[in-house]
Design a protein around this ligand. Sequence first.
Ligand SMILES: [Zn+2]
Length: 256
Amino acid sequence: MNSKSIKPRNPKYSFFAGLAVAMLSGGCFADGAAHWGYEGKVGPSNWGALEKEFAACKVGQMQAPIDIPSKAATPATAPITTKYKASAGEIINNGHTIQVALADGGSALLGGVDYKILQFHFHTPAEEKIDGKGFPFNAHLVHKSADGKLAVIGILFNEGSENKSIKDIFANLPAKEGKVALKTNFDAASMLPSSLAYYSYAGSLTTPPCSEGVSFYILKTPVELSKDQLNAFKKIFKMNARPIQPLNGRKITQGS
Ligand SMILES: [Zn+2]
């Protein structure tokens, strides 16, 4: 049988069939990214073998997340200061998490360097642990400096009261891959706990390609979200946390 023998009676049908194929390939291979996930053959223990570009996931020695040994933390000199501002943005379901991309959300001073906030996204359960203690949820606020370095502020969430800061975002979570515009401008400062005391360590992206050179600032003070909010996220992403990675002698610092 060759293609000439296929004559769809209904031209509308062939249009939608073609569209479906285009959407499938677009979903799996958009921007050339390989398929990876959090379970089975494409899960974290195999990330390093899925693509040459993902090698750091396997051979990297400064990988994130870690279980922070609080007693080993030595004092850091600089506190975190933030200069966040309300910004327009998009809520994106990228197939691995919900990410909020901010157009012009301001910056944070981390280790004395100014980093512009690009986006924040969520993990359940929380990726980082502190002294073996886990949390049900976390936000990673991703920043970039003028010379291209990445720094992440981690906010840990306990289950408790409804989180007002993320309420509008959670009312519009895209259930499928895709994006929607933020209905109201978002100020990242509204998500921060009362204290910016932190543990800091040198890590990596916690998703493929697991690139190193990412500075982490994990805030010591957790915030809360409600069970309903946690469940709304889990309905879309049941589990999207990379397991704890070896410390390999890395130094932990802490600041207030
Ligand atoms: Zn993250």
